[in-house]
Design a protein around this ligand. Structure first.
Ligand code: ATP
Ligand code: MG
Length: 787
C-alpha cells in the first residue's frame, strides 16, 4: 500500500485518502489532479473500499480514458473491464446500449457525428422545403444542440418570435427523423441517458447502488446537463430520505475552463460545493510538470484575467530554458522553421511523440502537415480531419451502416449512387416522394418507384441484401474487406488516376477493424466480439420497474461488432489515424490538448484574429476564455516551449495579413527568448503611430523583406477590418484569380479556390471536378483558363 502513496506530497496524499464524501480538488495545471484522481481509484480498490465495478470515472477525452486505464493496470493487478472509465459521451453510450429498449432506441442505434448531423439537417430542410438562407443548417444545428445541452426538449424551449418558433418546429421534425432512422447525435446521447435515469427508477436505483464512487476529471468544463446527470447518478436529491449520496470526487481548474462556448459552466464548481455540502476542498499548488520559465509565463498571462477563483503555482524544477519565440514571414515559412527545429530535436534523441504542435483552429493544420509530410516526419493529427472523416472512409462506413440497418436514410442517401450506378437526382427525388407518401424509410420505398428508376434502385437494394447475406457469418475485418470490394468502391477508385491514396485508406480501414477487434482497450465501449453476430441471439430482456437485478454489463451482448466499430469511428478522435504504435509527432488543437503533457510544445499561429480568435474579441468574456486557452497551451510543456506567428497566412482560400497576438504583451520579458528580431507590440501596432490603426501597423511591415526570407507585398485592399488582420487576393500577381475555372491536362477541369505567393513561388489551390483539391505551382503546372 505504501507504494501507491509513496510519491505524493502532503496535500495530494490528503486528497487521495479522503473519506467517501463529496470532495473538490481545485488546482492549477500540472499540479497532479489527474494523478491524484487515478491514485485514489487504485487506493480505494486496494484498501477494499470498493470493487472495480463500483467505480465510475469521467475523463475528458478517450485518449485520457485509455491512459488512465493503462496507469491503473500498472499500479494494481486488476481487471479493468468492469470499470466504467470514459468520457461523458462514452459512458452514456454504454448505458444506452445496455438499456436501449428502456431508452426508446433501436438495438444497434448508430451515432451521428457533427458532420453527419449537419447532413441530416440539410436533408431535413430540403424535404420540408425550408429556405436554407433564412435557416442555415448550421444555425439549426446549433439551436438544437444548445437546447439539448441545456436538457431542453422542444416543448420546453421558449420561443417568442416566429423565427424561433420555426426553429423549434424544425427541432421537433429533426428528432422525429432521427428516431425514424435509428440514429443519435452527440448531444442526444447525453440527454437520452439523462432522461433514462430520470424516468426509470429501477435503472436509476441500480446505478446509484452500483457506483458508490464517482470521480470526475476536468470538472470545470462540465455543462449543465452533464452536471445534472452526475447528480442523478450520485443519488443527490433523489433519495433524500435514503442513504448519503455517493461520493463524488471532482477535480478541476477554473483557469482551464475552455468550453463555455459549448455550454460548459464553471459555476458548476460553486454549485457542487454548495449542493453537495462539500466539506473537503483541497488546493494543490506545486507544479510537477513544467520548468520555471514556462510556469512563470503561464502565471503571468493568466493574471490578466479578472474573473478567477485565485490560486498560485510554484515549481522546484528550476528555471530551465527560456521560452523561444519566432516570427515568420508566412505560414509556410513558419511550418518550414518548425520542421527544421523538429529535425534537430529528433536528432538530439527526442521521441517524436514527446513533441506536440498546437494550433487554435483545425484549418491551420494543413500547411504543417504538408511540411512534415514532405520531410518524411511521421505525425498524427488528433481531431480535425480524421481518418474516419475522409470521404472514401465515410462511404465504406455508410455501407457498413446499411448492413446493420438498411433503413438508415442518411447512409442510404450517401451511397445509393456511389459508386455511380446511374441513379440520378431525379430518381432520388422520386424515391424521396415515395418515402414521404408511404411514410417509410427510403430503403422500403424502393418498391414503390416505377419504371427505370425503380429498376436501378431495386438493384441497389438487392446489392445491400446480398451483402448482408454474404457477411452474416464473417468477422468484422472480413466484413469490412468484403464491403469495400462488393460495394464497388475499390474498383471505382482503381479507375481513378489519383485513387491510390483512397484505396490505401480503404485498406487501412480493414486494418483499423483488425486493430479494433484485437485491442483490449477498445473493449471499453464495445466488448462484444465473441458474441453472436447481427442476427444472432436477442439481448437478454431487462426487467421493467421492480427490484430485479439489472445486468448492466449486458452491453456485451447488445452491440454487434459492426455497431461497436461504427460507434468507435464516431466517438474516437482520430486515434487510429497514424499507424498504431508508430512514434509520431503529435498535432492537435489546443482544446484537444487539455490534460496532456509533452516534453516539447510548439504553439503556432499566435496572431490577432487567430489566437485570440476573431470571434472572441468583441466580448471581454470571450477574451478571457481565449486567455485560459492560451494558459492551457503553455502549461502542456515540460521542458521546452516554442511560440510562433506568421505575418501572412492562407486561410479559407485567402491570404490574410496578421499582427502578432496581444498575448505577447502579457508575457514577462525575462522568460522569453526571441529567435527573430522583435516586432512592434500589439499595442504599438494598434495605436503607436496615432490615428488610424491600419496606417499604424501596416507601413514598414509589408515592404521590408525580413530576416526570415519573407518578401511580402502590400495587400490589395480591405486592410483594416478592425480585427487586426486584413484579407487580400493577389490576383494581379499571378494572372489568375480565385473563382476562375481552369483546365489541367492531367487533372481536367477545376476551379481556383486560392492563390498564394508570386513569381517562381506562385501556387494555386484548385478544386478539380474529378480529383482531389490540389496545390499546383503555377510556374510548372500548365493551366489553361476556361473563363
Ligand atoms: P492538468 O491541469 O494539465 O490536467 P494535472 O493537475 O492533472 O494537470 P497531472 O497530469 O496529474 O496534473 O500531473 C502533471 C505531471 O506531474 C505528471 O507527469 C505527473 O505524473 C507529475 N506529478 C504529479 N504529482 C507528482 C508528485 N507528487 N511527484 C512527482 N511527479 C508528480
Ligand atoms: Mg489533468
Amino acid at each position: 500500500m505504501t507504494d501507491l502513496l509513496a510519491n505524493l506530497n502532503p496535500e495530494q496524499l490528503a486528497a487521495v485518502t479522503l473519506p467517501a464524501e463529496p470532495a473538490l480538488i481545485l488546482a492549477g495545471a500540472g499540479s497532479g489532479k489527474t494523478r491524484v484522481l487515478t491514485t485514489r481509484i487504485a487506493w480505494l480498490i486496494q484498501t477494499g473500499q470498493v470493487s472495480p465495478a463500483g467505480l465510475l470515472a469521467v475523463t475528458f477525452t478517450n485518449k485520457a480514458a485509455k491512459e488512465m486505464l493503462a496507469r491503473l493496470t500498472a499500479m494494481l493487478p486488476i481487471n479493468t473491464r468492469g470499470m466504467w472509465v470514459g468520457t461523458f459521451h462514452g459512458l452514456c453510450n454504454r448505458m444506452l446500449r445496455a438499456h436501449f429498449r428502456d431508452a426508446g432506441l433501436p438495438q444497434g442505434f448508430q451515432i451521428l457525428d457533427t458532420q453527419d448531423q449537419q447532413s441530416a439537417i440539410k436533408r431535413l430542410l430540403k424535404s420540408l422545403n425550408v429556405d436554407d438562407e433564412k435557416y442555415p443548417p448550421r444555425t439549426v444545428q446549433n439551436f438544437i444542440n444548445s437546447a439539448k445541452e441545456q436538457g431542453l426538449r422542444p416543448d420546453k424551449v421558449e420561443a417568442h418570435d416566429p423565427f424561433n418558433r420555426r426553429l423549434v418546429e424544425l427541432y421537433v421534425a429533426y428528432d422525429a427523423q432521427c428516431q425514424r432512422e435509428g440514429v443519435v447525435d452527440f448531444a442526444e446521447l447525453l440527454l437520452r441517458c439523462y432522461e433514462l435515469l430520470t424516468f426509470n427508477a429501477a435503472i436509476r436505483d441500480h446505478y446509484q447502488r452500483r457506483f458508490s464512487h464517482i470521480l470526475v476529471d476536468e470538472f470545470q468544463d462540465t455543462n449543465v446537463l452533464q452536471y445534472a446527470w452526475l447528480k442523478l447518478l450520485a443519488g443527490h436529491g433523489h433519495n433524500a430520505a435514503g442513504p448519503q449520496p455517493n461520493a463524488v470526487f471532482a477535480v478541476g481548474d477554473d483557469d482551464q475552463s475552455i468550453y463555455a462556448f459549448r455550454g460548459a459552466n464553471v459555476g458548476n464548481m460553486t454549485d457542487f460545493e454548495r449542493e453537495f455540502q462539500v466539506r473537503h476542498m483541497i488546493k494543490l499548488e506545486q507544479n510537477y510538470r513544467s520548468h520555471g520559465n514556462i510556469l512563470d509565463t503561464a502565471n503571468h498571462l493568466i493574471s490578466h484575467n479578472a474573473r478567477r477563483l485565485g490560486k498560485d503555482l510554484r515549481t522546484d524544477a528550476g528555471h530551465g530554458e527560456p521560452v523561444r519565440v519566432y516570427q515568420a514571414g508566412s505560414d509556410a515559412l513558419e511550418a518550414g522553421w518548425m520542421v527544421e527545429e523538429i529535425k534537430d530535436l529528433i536528432a538530439g534523441g527526442m521521441l517524436r511523440s514527446e513533441i506536440a504542435l498546437l494550433y487554435r483552429s483545425n484549418a491551420q493544420s494543413r500547411i504543417i502537415e504538408h511540411a512534415l509530410f514532405s520531410s518524411g516526419i511521421p505525425y498524427r493529427v488528433y481531431g480535425g480531419l480524421r481518418f474516419f472523416e475522409r470521404a472514401e472512409v465515410k462511404h465504406a462506413l455508410a455501407y457498413l451502416q446499411l448492413l446493420e440497418n438498411p433503413e438508415n436514410d442518411s447512409a442510404f442517401g450517401r451511397v445509393v449512387n456511389f459508386p455511380a450506378r446511374g441513379i440520378g437526382a431525379r430518381s432520388i427525388e422520386q424515391l424521396q416522394d415515395a418515402a414521404r407518401m408511404a411514410n417509410c424509410p427510403l430503403f422500403r420505398a424502393v418498391a414503390y418507384v416505377p419504371g427505370k428508376a425503380g429498376t436501378s434502385l431495386g438493384n441497389f437494394a438487392r446489392l445491400i441484401e446480398q451483402m448482408r447475406a454474404d457477411t452474416r457469418h464473417m468477422t468484422l475485418p472480413e466484413t469490412v474487406e468484403h464491403v469495400i470490394h462488393a460495394s464497388g468502391l475499390i474498383a471505382h477508385y482503381q479507375s481513378e488516376k489519383e485513387g491510390q491514396d483512397r484505396i490505401e485508406n480503404l485498406q487501412e480501414l480493414v486494418t483499423a477493424a483488425q486493430a479494433f477487434v484485437g485491442e483490449e482497450g477498445y473493449r471499453l465501449d464495445a466488448p462484444a466480439f465473441a458474441l453472436p453476430l447481427r442476427d444472432g441471439d436477442a439481448a437478454p430482456a431487462l426487467p421493467a420497474d421492480g427490484e430485479a437485478v439489472i445486468v448492466d454489463d449486458a452491453i456485451t451482448a447488445e452491440m454487434t461488432p459492426i455497431v461497436a466499430f461504427l460507434t468507435h469511428a464516431s466517438l474516437e478522435s482520430g486515434d487510429n489515424q497514424a499507424q498504431v504504435g508508430q512514434d509520431a509527432v503529435q498535432m492537435m488543437t489546443v482544446h484537444a490538448a487539455k490534460g496532456l503533457e509533452f516534453n516539447v510544445v510548439f504553439i503556432t499561429g499566435l496572431e490577432e484574429g487567430l489566437f485570440p480568435h476573431e470571434n472572441s474579441m468583441l466580448d471581454p468574456g470571450g477574451l478571457e476564455e481565449e486567455r485560459r486557452l492560451m494558459y492551457v497551451a503553455i502549461t502542456r510543456a515540460r521542458q521546452r516551449l516554442y511560440m510562433s506567428f506568421a505575418q501572412s497566412r492562407m486561410l479559407h482560400g485567402q491570404t490574410r495579413y496578421h499582427i502578432r497576438s496581444r498575448f505577447f504583451d502579457e508575457l514577462p520579458e525575462h522568460t522569453l527568448k526571441w529567435l527573430t528580431p522583435q516586432q512592434q507590440s500589439y499595442a504599438q501596432q494598434r495605436i503607436g503611430t496615432g490615428g488610424s490603426s491600419s496606417g499604424g501597423w501596416g507601413r514598414d511591415w509589408f515592404k521590408r523583406p525580413d530576416e526570415t526570407g519573407y518578401t511580402g507585398t502590400k495587400p490589395t485592399g480591405g486592410m483594416d477590418t478592425g480585427n487586426g488582420y486584413a484579407d487580400a487576393k493577389r490576383s494581379e500577381k499571378t494572372g489568375f484569380r480565385v473563382g476562375q475555372s481552369v483546365f489541367h491536362n492531367k487533372f481536367g477541369e477545376g476551379k481556383i479556390v486560392a492563390l498564394e505567393g508570386e513569381g517562381a513561388d506562385a501556387r494555386a489551390q484548385i478544386k478539380f471536378k474529378r480529383h482531389d483539391t490540389k496545390w499546383l505551382a503555377l510556374g510548372i503546372a500548365k493551366l489553361d483558363p476556361i473563363d
